[in-house]
Design a protein around this ligand. Sequence first.
Ligand SMILES: [Fe+2]
Length: 374
Amino acid sequence: MNPIQLFDPASSTYTYLLFDATTRDALIIDPVDEQLERDLRVLREYGLKLLWAVETHAHADHITSAGLLAEHAGARTAAPAGCGILTAAVQLQHGDTLKFGSQQIRALHTPGHTAGSMSYTWETDGQRHVFTGDTLLIHGCGRTDFQSGSAEALYRSLTEVLFALPDDTLVWPGHDYQGRSHSTIGAEKAGNPRVAGKTLAEFQAIMDSLHLPKPRRIDEAVPANLQSGLRHDADGAALMAVRPAEGYAGNVSPQLAWQWVQAGDAVLVDVRSDAEREWVGFVPGALGLAWKQWPGMVPNADFDAGLTAAVPAGKKALMLCRSGARSIAAARRATELGLEAYNILEGFEGDPDEHAHRGRKGGWRFHGLPWRQG
Ligand SMILES: [Fe+2]
């Protein structure tokens, strides 16, 4: 079985949909935001449940729909750890696997187009496939002149990592500008004009002489893709800035909160009730400390002691609730207790939409940040 190959004509980007024919669990590689409706339709037509939305790198020529697929189709997001896509739920290391039903892909670190770029191998029905992103294209390769690119690293990724795969491995590239769909490792090893039979110095000279124009959408696409493609705040700088507040250190976006947690600068305190977390979902690694508890939503008498015990000196305390109201009260209390406390805007579920449904207008989950059920 081959992957379903989908094409975005505006950016000549290939998106790949892989699935387990029995369980219908699916994984998508390099989805494009303008094609969200098409991709959701294909998932419906094939009766697939999307488990993963995966990037090969932070793209400069289109914006990913990974964050939107997390919200609309329930997928989890995964990206190469070296790409700085901090909103991805899983930060992939070389050799990591992602499973969907009985199937899995394996990450190969193939730096050069960007420092974090990865390719993914998939073996199914006795056939090996590799999804190469912009590392290896059909009779070409990705450029190396921006975004932490390196011709030397790309040469090694092509000749030592990808060309070490068996010759009959099918190559599925991230782009093609001439209507070709796929190639093989053997064909590229023998005939890729950039790299076949070339020394490192010859390859570097070819890459140096390309003088390609800057990608049309780079200034817009790269910052958006570092947030899994979510552009709810038109001003990315404002998204990652602390906003003033009264009675505590400030209001922060879920994205900034997660960046602080990942950097080890902060403790995330989930102040929803135990029952809410159980029903709706947990944030991995967060301290579960209710501000009010069922039954009756009475104040939690253990809040102060639990908080001061869990937040070490010098770390920020980040308060998360359902939609950002209880977390303000909790941040004020934490400030009274001597902590540097912040309220996470929008909460876990965000505000209700016009149909009173939560989770569609913002919030931790909506932004594709990590969470798990039960
Ligand atoms: Fe790229």
